[in-house]
Write a protein that binds this ligand. Structure first.
Ligand code: NAD
Length: 442
């Protein structure tokens, strides 16, 4: 796989100036313009579905069903939800006033911010570029989209198609790698929305500070899945496999590791093996819906983690096509390399802990995760995890799917990020909520 050539002679200042000129015309603030852009984005995704699926397959070996569901279909849902609620989200909201200010009225309005920058990662290269863009356009902004250079086919498709369907004076795509992103970050934006790792997140935030630009940082980390004794292990294993091995484990909210309470670890192993066989067959290398590792660097990083424990299933790998089998490791010590950083690949370690207290302590001794999952039948366990731990999201019984509910905010806390989006939360992120007071002079 090759990475992209830099954008020749990128003049980031000119790109941003052009969008700023468009924003100054106020045309992007009109509700009709916003609806028009969202509808055009919808048309792009349906007109070019096959081409986009081919790009996702080229970049990540994504199968067509998974590619459609997690990237194109996901974004279409986000667009439809936004179109359905746009008028309500833009309606002025009356505010209560204290008696001493009466007679007067007060309300809030959401106004566009201006020119925003969306920096996307490679793992869901379409969804994570376009779903923030949906929010940016719905809120009436101009936007620069910077796709990931590590997903070059999708990046090229976005650069080719977005200007054809959207208002090209209001939306720009800048392809490229670190030099191009650095050039963009030197410009003044009204919001920067970054999805990726925490190291670059810090670079983005430092650059934004120079212009006092607000940021949303959608980062990652190790998302644990707590397993209580006595739960239905067949169902649990099927759902863990579906969430973990989606996109070959390269999902920011994938369950990173299992924290098996009591003596559940041993029984879970057998059920996980059965579930992997059920979903991917005897040889996952030939399963059409099983993806590949994005590049050799990540492949080498992941295969170096395989020695951390006893291999329950998987472990097989082929560097030539960057295949790493769905792998489960057991008897894992907390000091094992696989437990030090976000895995971001198809390796599921099982860590045994004696009781729920130990599981909660284990979670709280580490960075706040983007997601916390638990498989339990106990309301008390749910309550304790809800009130005694902190994470971007918390889901019982089903990993990953919470981010597909547009009514729920999606974002991290602490090391897993700041800010949130999806649905109305995107509108909030990409708007300024202005306070308006109106007191008669008479
Ligand atoms: P990546 O390498 O594609 O980087 C993301 C973006 O940052 C790219 O557009 C890239 O050009 C830019 N970039 C890279 N280095 C830079 C630098 N030095 N200066 C300026 N810009 C730079 O993606 P990644 O970081 O490998 O993505 C994986 C990480 O993202 C994981 O930690 C994952 O958990 C996280 N992630 C989070 C979410 C979320 O929604 N919270 C979603 C997906 C991925």
């Amino acid at each position: 796989m090759t990475t992209l050539a830099p954008t020749p002679d990128l003049d980031a200042a000119t790109v941003v100036d052009r969008l700023r000129t468009t924003f100054a015309t106020r045309r992007t603030a009109a509700t009709d313009w916003r609806r028009g852009q969202l509808t055009a984005l919808r048309t792009l995704l349906t007109d070019h579905r096959d081409e986009l699926l081919a790009a996702l397959a080229a970049d990540l070996g994504k199968g067509p069903e998974e590619g459609y569901r997690t990237e194109i279909g996901f974004t279409l849902n986000e667009i439809d939800h936004t179109l359905d609620h746009l008028d309500a989200w833009l309606a002025p909201r009356p505010a209560e006033l204290p008696e001493r200010l009466l007679p007067a009225t007060a309300h809030t309005v959401r106004e566009p911010l201006g020119v925003v920058l969306v920096i996307a990662p490679w793992n869901y290269p379409l969804q994570l570029a376009l779903s923030p863009l949906v929010g940016a356009l719905a809120a009436g902004n101009c936007a620069v989209v910077k796709p990931s250079e590590l997903a070059p086919a999708t990046s090229a498709a976005l650069a080719r198609l977005l200007p054809r369907y959207l208002d090209a004076e209001a939306v720009a795509v800048v392809e490229g790698a670190v030099p191009e992103t650095t050039a963009l970050l030197a410009q003044r934006f009204d919001h920067i929305f970054y999805t990726g790792n925490g190291a670059v997140g810090r670079i983005v935030m430092a650059a934004a500070a120079r212009h006092l630009t607000p940021v949303t940082l959608e980062l990652g980390g190790k998302s644990p899945a707590v397993l209580d004794p006595g739960v239905d292990l067949a169902t649990t294993a099927r759902r863990l496999v579906a969430g973990k091995f989606l996109n070959a484990g390269q999902t920011c909210v994938a369950p990173d590791y299992v924290l098996a309470v009591g003596d559940t670890a041993k029984d879970l192993e057998r059920h996980l093996a059965e579930a992997v066989h059920e979903v991917y067959g005897a040889d996952p290398a030939t399963a059409p819906e099983y993806g590949r590792i994005v590049n050799e660097r990540h492949f080498d990083r992941l295969t170096a983690l395989l020695d951390g424990g006893r291999t329950v299933i998987g472990g097989t790998h082929h560097r030539a096509d960057r295949y790493l089998a769905p792998t489960v490791l057991a008897d894992i010590s907390p000091d094992a390399p696989v437990m030090q950083e976000e895995i971001f690949g198809p390796i599921l370690p099982i860590v045994a802990v004696p009781d729920l207290d130990a599981a909660i302590a284990f979670i709280n001794e580490r960075d706040k995760p983007l997601a916390l999952y638990a498989f339990t039948d106990s309301e008390e366990t749910k309550h304790r995890l809800l009130t005694e731990t902190s994470s971007g999201g918390l889901a019982f019984g089903l990993p990953v799917a919470h981010l597909t509910a547009p009514g729920l905010p999606f974002g991290g806390v602490g090391e897993s990020g700041m800010g949130r989006y999806h649905g109305e939360y995107s509108m909030e992120t990409f708007s300024h909520t202005k306070a308006v007071l109106d007191k008669p002079l008479g």
